[in-house]
Design a binder for this molecule. Structure first.
Ligand code: DON
Length: 300
């Protein structure tokens, strides 16, 4: 595994096209796209990595997976009355389906669905309590206390997040937001601004992969469902392409991170900040494809 990761990292740093960083969040736009890290936690408990695996990056939408785990723990299957389980075939911040489908987002990984999930975690308490729950869960799952919210990134998105604000107010108009939209959005932007290294993220994925020794935060049946949604919806309108190329459930973030799960076998975290047309890591997807080809890991 050391050799595989080293050779993937060596091949990635030789590439010409790194993709483009997220332009709509100024703090992410200015990150150097030519960076790469990869970490793998194996079933025997080993953590193996290559490249910039200890450099914190903005995990962004990957937190939607942890927020979903927390929200299911808090409200259980009632969450599904507010958010669906189907791929959207649209961009992560699309508004179009929300109007047609009367304010019930397609799934918890598109922005509208994640805003509803965060709202379910927030209901009846202060944003800092909901954020403490998400951050606490992530720290517990990764067995690392040094995971923080980057306030500058949160403020950057708060300033430029007009699209998410539109989604939240539209959800509110359909009665699918319990809290004040501004409070839910503030919580959501801060959740997205959590920073982790690929080492920490791979560790955090162990419970979803069902690896031995992972913290018991979720039942196997629930983990299977969270993973199924990663497979069908985790890369938005690029989910089909990711399944085709990689064959594993995966969740991307516009910070350039990818968490991929090989059930019972491995938890994989990859980071490279340049994105493809769908807002998913360009080099990260290539690296995930190389890893699954080299290991034959696939759910198919
Ligand atoms: O809400 C947003 O637009 C960002 N905070 C997160 C979006 C994201 O990470 C999409 N992933 N590729």
């Amino acid at each position: 595994m050391e050799e595989i990761l080293k050779s993937i990292a060596a091949e990635i740093v030789r590439q010409d096209d790194w993709g483009k960083t997220a332009q709509y969040i100024p703090e992410l736009a200015s990150v150097d796209p030519q960076q790469f890290g990869i970490s793998v936690c194996l079933a025997d408990g080993r953590l193996i990595s290559a490249g910039a695996a200890t450099k914190p990056f903005s995990v962004q939408s990957i937190t939607k997976v942890f927020a979903l785990v927390a929200a299911l723990g808090r409200v259980g299957d009632q969450l599904w009355s507010r958010v669906g389980r189907e791929p959207s075939g649209n961009s992560f911040d699309s508004v179009v389906l929300l109007e047609r489908e009367l304010g019930r987002p397609r799934n918890p990984y598109v922005n509208a669905g994640a805003i509803v999930t965060t709202d379910a975690l927030l209901s009846g308490r202060e944003p800092k309590m909901a954020l403490a729950e998400i951050l606490g869960l992530i720290r517990h799952m990764s067995e690392s206390d040094s995971i923080y919210i980057n306030e500058t990134v949160a403020a950057s998105e708060q300033e430029t997040g007009a699209r998410n604000k539109a989604l939240a107010y539209y959800l509110k108009s359909h009665g699918n937001l319990n809290s004040d939209p501004e409070l839910t959005l503030g919580t959501y932007f801060h959740q997205c601004a959590i920073e982790m290294t690929t080492d920490q993220l791979a560790m955090a994925g162990r419970s979803l992969a069902g690896l031995k020794g992972a913290p018991k935060v979720i039942s196997r049946q629930r983990a299977r469902r969270v993973n199924a949604l990663m497979m069908t919806c985790g890369h938005y309108d690029g989910s089909g392409d990711f399944a085709f190329r990689v064959g594993l459930p995966g969740k991307s973030g516009v910070g350039g991170g990818i968490l991929a799960i090989a059930p019972n076998v491995a938890s994989i975290a990859i980071w490279s900040p340049g994105l493809n047309l769908y807002g998913n890591s360009h080099a990260g997807t290539r690296a995930a494809e190389m890893l699954s080809n080299a290991t034959k890991w696939s759910v198919f």
